[in-house]
Write a protein that binds this ligand. Sequence first.
Ligand code: SF4
Length: 416
Amino acid sequence: MQERERDRTGQLDRRSFLGAGAGALAATAAIGPEAVGGQAPAQAEGAHRATDSAVLAKRKLGKSGIEVSMLNIGTWRSPGVERLLRFAWANGVRYIDTAKSYGSEPAIARWLQANPGARKELFLVTKDHPRSPGQLVEQLEKRLEALKTDYIDLIFIHAMGDHDFATEVEWPRSKEFKEAAEAIRKSGKARLVGFSTHHPRRPEILQAAVQGGFVDAIMLQSNPWIAQEDAMNRAIDACHKAGIGLISMKQVAGNMNLDEVARRLPEMAEKKQTPYQALLHAIWSDERFTSVCVSMRNTDQIRENTAAARSYKKPMSRAEIDRLRDACIAAGPTMCASCDGRCSHAAGTEAELGNLTRFLTYHEHHGYRSEARRQYAALSAAARNWKGADFNAAREACPNKLDFATLLPRADDLLA
Ligand code: SF4
């Protein structure tokens, strides 16, 4: 059970959860909403052509009007990407998310070369880290080379705000980014331009994009309860009204006790729904989001998440979402959701409690041990020093009610 939970957890964090090849285009005519759930992976992967009935529902991406799968597959450090892409394609996913730093572009390129017919149906997104927005124009050429394609559908500046928040918060309303975006769209090498962000102050970055008026789409860390908090809610609303397409990512990280969630929400069993499927339904209930990015790292996760997309018929009520939130938090630990860092403020410490628990999640739940240690080592000494922090105040302030008294010593043990 532990392994099963551990395995499932990955699907709900950023490059995970809510984070697959088109080589042998999948699914036979038999693959529909029901057939997918009961089909052995090998059978689905062996199928050769997708049918309309297999394609997942789509939503319009902002004012671009382009329709994209409501579920997309993130490919950060995914093992066996080509196999996963085949299976995701067979199960109706038509949107793939990658980035220069993910290392998955060559596998996507191989898959595309083996399946040239897939390109037209696919919404392909990649990202890069420019030193300034204008550099994105030349970086796009490199991304096309890596993906071995003439165009991509959307290019993002990756992790806006992470390198230098004060500078980067200005980019979405800057002349330089505007001119780069216009040049890229005009070239036809990327149809749309935007950015991704999980920065704690991302509401300010989103508002800057509304002011700039030239960004097509934003992928942001969110979940159904953070999206309702004041600053985030206002920023998401403003983007939606401005026609900026929104994609949700990194919804949940960390292991939840799935049995505990199910015990608290017996209606899930009646609906034959898993906690992660309920969480996806809760995200799709917010129509301001076009799609959800999930790193699906095995065929079970692809099957579970695509089945959730097929069974989504109507928005959950606020009361249902609140009950799901309470059950998820009670079945913790659900890890840092990268809010505005209020835990550190409440605890009276300069230590970055959110980052410390996030890196612990990478280490313990996703198996990215060296990456977790690398990111921990990159923090300043003050950001790592949580001694004297008021854990109770931090827990009270945290939307995910993290047990810092337990988690922070563990972070030290495993990451230092
Ligand atoms: S309060 Fe919670 S969700 Fe927010 S940064 Fe801190 S640990 Fe993360």
